[in-house]
Write a new protein. Structure first.
Length: 338
């Protein structure tokens, strides 16, 4: 057989294997279920699990868990400004029943929390480092495990068919090794090249094995129910500040999270400067009172932020302060200058 026909033969065999590997992924591509009847009862699923079955992604799972834990009283949360959520404390009663990924979030926030309210975007791992990626990977695995236990998702390919598919990859791997060995001639170099080619093909096949999940019928019913909840609630009135004390509304808000709400959980580049408090004032809007501090830095620019009452009372006009802001200019910390 010529080298040309050997290449064609191997290509056909490899293409057949790739087609078999793609079939489970193609079968998992289904249109989202239609929204269920309008309701305000989202169901028993945790928000992280609900975001997985509704959107098929885990992007909102961590924010969903944080807000849900706050609504259930495990986290003391407060809005420090638009799209800026702060955490003041973690309270976990003895004997509290928590899912593994919920305990992971609580442990993370408790470990990195200081005395004052700290933005949640600072407490959560920034997804840029290897350690942080591992943290999010373990979190996602725990969410998927809970959803699988509840019968809402299942693997795209079961264990036995996956093993058979990997075993079938021996055919293209063996053909590639045989062709390389025959074309290179007998001898040690040819043997080594054949082994390396076979190992490379098998490794590529292992990487390409389907590892995703797909929703079961129970999962699609749950997704339909949650979509019916979204149609019943006007979340626009929350203006990127989801309710923090109502478990039902918190669950609805985080699963249907918009970009402004998600911004409260996205780490930003931090900048610290020293200045003095140039102005402090209160604003009354009906029964609601807002407190503002304006800090004058070394440059000509003066920055003002909405702060809590405790922070407002701590600094008087002329106080020297050290302010830390994120990339969007939102206040993260304000402490007396050393």
């Amino acid at each position: 057989m010529s080298i040309e026909w050997e290449g064609i033969t191997w290509g056909l065999v490899a293409s057949a294997w790739l087609l078999l590997a793609l079939l489970p992924r193609l079968a998992a591509l289904r249109l989202p279920p239609p929204p269920g009847p309008p309701t305000l009862e989202p169901g028993p699923e945790s928000p992280a699990v609900a975001s997985l079955v509704v959107f098929g992604a885990r992007r909102a799972a961590v924010p969903a868990t944080v807000l849900d834990l706050g609504a259930r009283g495990f986290l003391d949360l407060e809005w420090m400004g638009p799209s800026l959520l702060g955490c003041r404390g973690v309270q976990v009663p003895e004997g509290a029943r928590l899912l593994p990924f919920e305990r992971r979030v609580l442990d993370r926030l408790r470990t990195h929390l200081g005395g004052d309210a700290v933005p949640v975007s600072v407490l959560l791992p920034a997804p840029r480092t290897l350690r942080s990626r591992w943290w999010y990977h373990r979190f996602a695995k725990e969410v998927s495990a809970v959803a699988r236990t509840e019968g809402l998702i299942r693997p795209q390919l079961a264990v036995a068919p996956r093993r058979l598919l990997l075993l079938a990859a021996v055919v293209p791997a063996g053909l590639a090794a045989f062709f390389v060995w025959r074309s290179s001639g007998l001898g040690a170099p040819g043997n080594v090249a054949a082994v390396l080619v076979a190992a490379g093909v098998l490794l590529a096949a292992w990487v390409l094995l389907p590892r995703g999940v797909r929703a079961t019928e129970a999962g699609r019913e749950a997704a339909s129910r949650w979509l019916g909840v979204f149609d019943s609630v006007d979340a626009g009135r929350w203006q990127a500040q989801a309710p923090l004390r109502d478990p039902v509304h918190a669950r609805i808000a985080v699963v249907g999270a918009d970009s402004d709400l998600m911004a409260a959980f996205q780490p930003q580049r931090q900048h610290t400067f020293v200045g003095r408090v140039a102005l402090r004032f209160q604003q009354l809007d009906g029964d609601a009172v807002s407190w503002y501090l304006a800090v004058e830095g070394t440059g000509p620019r003066t920055r003002a932020w909405t702060v809590g009452r405790e922070l407002f009372d701590r600094f008087t006009i002329g106080s020297q302060v050290r302010a830390t802001v994120d990339g969007r200019g939102r206040l993260l910390w304000l402490v007396p200058a050393a």
